[in-house]
Ligand binder design. Structure first.
Ligand code: NDP
Length: 291
């Protein structure tokens, strides 16, 4: 069994971007600029946005954190997106989800300029990705593909079972794994909360992508010998013994599943850092294409 070390793979991607940014600086050219919009004070969202801003600083990107009050109106937020769209210095815009209930995620995502859609959530970006056209690929699925690439895992012909069908993880990773590309060329089964015989489905997977947000959901009896396990889940589980008051848990019972696998991502330090690396790559691409 080999651990797919997302921390190390993400560091390698960031180092490579850092060199490319230094080159831009040496040539007197514009460095990539990511604008992150954070509405309200959700603790997890704060952590994710903080990590993205920190990664920008590490690489040499410019970043702006637009902090907005929980009570901001949808129209006001759309106005701010419009300003960022028109700001020639900003290359990439990300709006940290989830947004407060009174704001439509869909309206806000649809308002982002496609050329700056570094999270890849805009329907046009998704449509292009589905058709195999150049596009921004959503950061988490993109990060998973980069991780498979980093470890030179040839997925051709494998049966991938994806548990979860969200627009940001499950559905796009199922598209990417089934694409005629490398990594890719898998036969994909996508499962959700109405799937019958989920255990048997998972047992057929040469690859299992667990993206449902249920800590420890995938157990050893659901996994065949030699499977590749990608654990996307991140859930804060209360733990009074920790200073923070919680521990981060993935969707896979790591201790019992790991001995059966060929490869497995840990949580933390698996898919999480790869999401950030993919976002950084998307931001670099946006800057290169827009300037
Ligand atoms: P969503 O809640 O949007 O989607 C969860 C999906 O899982 C749904 O499709 C749901 O089915 C399915 N599901 C829920 N329960 C079951 C079940 N018992 N059996 C089968 N399927 C089930 O979650 P996200 O996709 O946004 O996120 C999933 C997890 O990944 C979360 O823990 C999240 O924190 C984490 N995450 C991690 C990231 C990273 O960088 N590592 C980035 C993004 C998310 P249905 O559609 O029928 O409701």
């Amino acid at each position: 069994m080999q651990i797919l070390d997302g921390q190390a793979a993400s560091q390698a991607i960031k180092e490579s971007l850092k060199i490319q940014v230094a080159q831009l600086v040496a040539e007197g050219r514009k460095v990539p600029h990511l604008a992150a919009v954070l509405v309200g004070n959700n603790g997890a969202s704060e952590t994710y946005v903080g990590a993205k801003v920190k990664a920008c600083a590490e690489i040499g990107f410019k970043s702006s954190l637009v902090r907005l009050d929980e009570g901001i109106s949808e129209n006001k937020l759309l106005g701010i997106i419009d300003e960022l769209n028109n700001n020639m210095d900003v290359d990439g815009i990300l709006v940290q989800l989830p947004l407060p209930k009174h704001i439509s995620d869909e309206k806000v995502i649809n308002a982002i300029d496609i050329a700056k859609d570094v999270d890849g959530f805009h329907p046009v970006s998704i449509g292009r990705m589905v058709q195999g056209q150049p596009s921004f690929v959503p950061a988490t699925p993109h990060g998973i593909m980069l991780l498979l690439q980093h470890y030179k895992i040839d997925t051709k012909g494998m049966h991938a079972v994806v548990v979860g069908r969200s627009n940001i993880v499950g559905r796009p990773i199922s598209i990417l794994l089934s694409s005629n590309a490398s990594p890719g060329n898998c036969t994909v089964t996508i499962c959700h909360s109405h799937t019958k015989n989920l255990n048997e489905m998972c047992l057929q997977g040469d690859i299992i992508v667990a993206a449902l947000g249920k800590p420890g959901f995938v157990t050893a009896n659901m996994v065949k010998e030699g499977a590749i396990i990608i654990d996307v889940g991140i859930t804060r589980v209360p733990d009074a013994s920790k200073k923070s008051g919680y521990v981060i848990k993935g969707d896979v019972k790591f201790d019992e599943v790991a001995p059966k696998c060929s490869y497995i991502t840990p949580v933390p330090k698996g898919v999480g850092p790869m999401t950030i690396a993919a976002l950084m790559k998307n931001t670099f691409k946006a800057c290169a294409e827009n300037n």
